[in-house]
Design a binder for this molecule. Structure first.
Ligand code: SF4
Length: 246
């Protein structure tokens, strides 16, 4: 991305470029990742197969009654973006606006997320897929219940199997803890590479844009996370690390 545009986006997310930042040293987890053996290769499928399975999965989600959230939602929110993307961003659950429009991360938090993603060259219309752990809105935007996450997570796992992203970015505590199966505070999950699922997809954690809107002082940390993820992605695609768990 050209310097001028990056400046524009960083200003949009509230990052002051003229304030010196401490350079993040090469993260230890990257070194760990460099020494790992490759896992099993993903099963080869034709584009038509993938497209058919994607559509079937989408229909399943839109008609799902696996948990009580189907009783109160307006519609299921499957996700948005190209079906084969290197990047997968995962949030917690649809809010009121997402429930109404059927798309994740719309409204003010969505606009901030889009600005954050654009700052590292990502756009939901071109090269990043965006989804949530829960596909249906919890009433009153309450936190998801563990049994709701357990009911819904298999859908995301199937989405990941079809998308085969090279890197995942979990935004917010609920998404990060749900995906990693931990109750470790978000602050301690940041700044390192985790791995998700059978494909051992590298996963980086950052703050939820709704939290950043309430706590703008944390935007600088979110920018550090984005740079960390971008550097990891560059190393993954350049082959200087591989994407598998040590
Ligand atoms: S949240 Fe998930 S499991 Fe629950 S009804 Fe919606 S799609 Fe089904």
């Amino acid at each position: 991305m050209a310097g001028g545009r990056r400046r524009e986006y960083l200003e949009a997310i509230g990052i002051d470029l003229w304030v010196p930042r401490t350079a993040r040293t090469a993260p230890a987890p990257l070194a760990e990742a460099a020494s790992v053996a490759p896992g099993e290769a993903a099963r080869e499928e034709s584009a038509a197969d993938v497209s058919a399975r994607w559509q079937a999965l989408r229909e399943e989600v839109l008609h799902c009654t696996r948990c009580p959230l189907h009783l109160t939602r307006t519609q299921g929110v499957f996700g948005v973006g190209p079906k084969r993307s290197d990047w997968l961003v995962i949030g917690e659950a649809p809010g009121a606006e997402e429930d109404r429009r059927g798309e994740p991360f719309v409204g003010a938090a969505g606009q901030l997320l889009d600005a954050m993603l654009r700052a590292i060259g990502l756009d939901r219309t071109r090269n990043v897929y965006i989804a949530n752990v829960l596909k249906s809105r919890p009433p009153g935007n309450r936190d998801p219940k563990p049994e709701e996450v357990a009911a819904c997570l298999p859908y995301l796992v199937r989405q990941i199997a079809l998308l085969q992203p090279k890197i995942m970015l979990a935004v917010g505590r609920i998404a990060a803890q749900s995906l990693l199966g931990t109750d470790t505070p978000l602050g301690r999950l940041r700044g390192r590479v985790h791995y998700f699922g059978e494909l051992n997809t590298p996963l980086v954690v950052t703050y939820h844009p709704a939290y950043l809107l309430r706590t703008p002082g944390e935007k600088r940390k979110a920018w550090e996370d984005l740079k960390f993820a971008r550097n990891l992605y560059q190393q993954l695609t350049q082959g200087t690390v591989n994407g598998h768990r040590p």
